[in-house]
Design a protein around this ligand. Structure first.
Ligand SMILES: NC(=O)c1ccc[n+]([C@@H]2O[C@H](COP(=O)([O-])OP(=O)(O)OC[C@H]3O[C@@H](n4cnc5c(N)ncnc54)[C@H](OP(=O)(O)O)[C@@H]3O)[C@@H](O)[C@H]2O)c1
Length: 159
């Protein structure tokens, strides 16, 4: 499968890229393409060091959407709405979001949306298609040695 990661340069995005890129073609997306290329190089080096094959590349967030069948959102919660508004082409794609409605202040604060807003957000990113919200994942620093055992855990299918 071709899997694009919007905001794939962060800890969670890189971790997902490292875990999926030996079995799938992963496109790391970023607001800055150079940053995505750099992350793809880190991912490639980490995965091949484990003796595993790796297919990963780095592009803009829009290219990551365009080049993929599955799109994973790996950006902080407060940036999801503006980022989705700036991207297009989610039709016929599965959109997966591990995003937690939390904000890092002095400590993590739970900042949920009202249910109606959640629904409209899922429709924004995946009009008429399936969107999977609420999976649990680990960051890139936990990849080494754990590559084969770490698995995403689904806790909710929105629609
Ligand atoms: N489900 C779970 O188990 C789990 C566990 C931990 C975290 N999470 C969630 O995973 C998500 C990512 O976490 P993280 O720690 O990887 O986040 P992060 O490192 O803070 O940010 C990830 C990426 O978001 C992009 N970004 C930052 N500001 C942005 C903006 N204003 N507009 C658009 N993009 C922006 C950046 O990419 P560029 O600068 O390259 O564009 C950044 O590398 C969060 O929503 C978090 O709640 C889930």
């Amino acid at each position: 499968m071709k899997i694009g990661i919007v905001g794939g340069t962060g800890d969670i995005g890189e971790g997902i890229a490292m875990r999926l890129s030996s079995n799938h073609d992963v496109v790391i997306g970023s607001r800055e393409e150079d940053k995505a290329v750099e992350s793809s190089e880190v991912c490639y080096a980490t995965v091949t060091k484990l003796g595993l094959p790796c297919s990963v590349s780095g592009y803009s967030n829009q290219e990551a959407v365009d080049r993929s069948d599955i799109v994973i959102l790996a950006i902080p919660f407060k940036h999801v709405e503006p980022t989705l508004a700036s991207l297009h082409g989610f039709e016929k794609k599965l959109v997966i979001s591990p995003v937690n409605p939390m904000e890092k202040r002095d400590f993590f604060v739970f900042t949920p949306l009202l249910k109606d807003r959640q629904r409209s957000l899922s429709e924004d990113c995946s009009p008429g298609n399936k969107a999977l919200f609420g999976i649990q994942y680990r960051g890139s620093k936990q990849v080494e040695g754990a590559h084969r055992t770490a698995r995403p855990c689904c806790t909710g299918l929105w629609r």
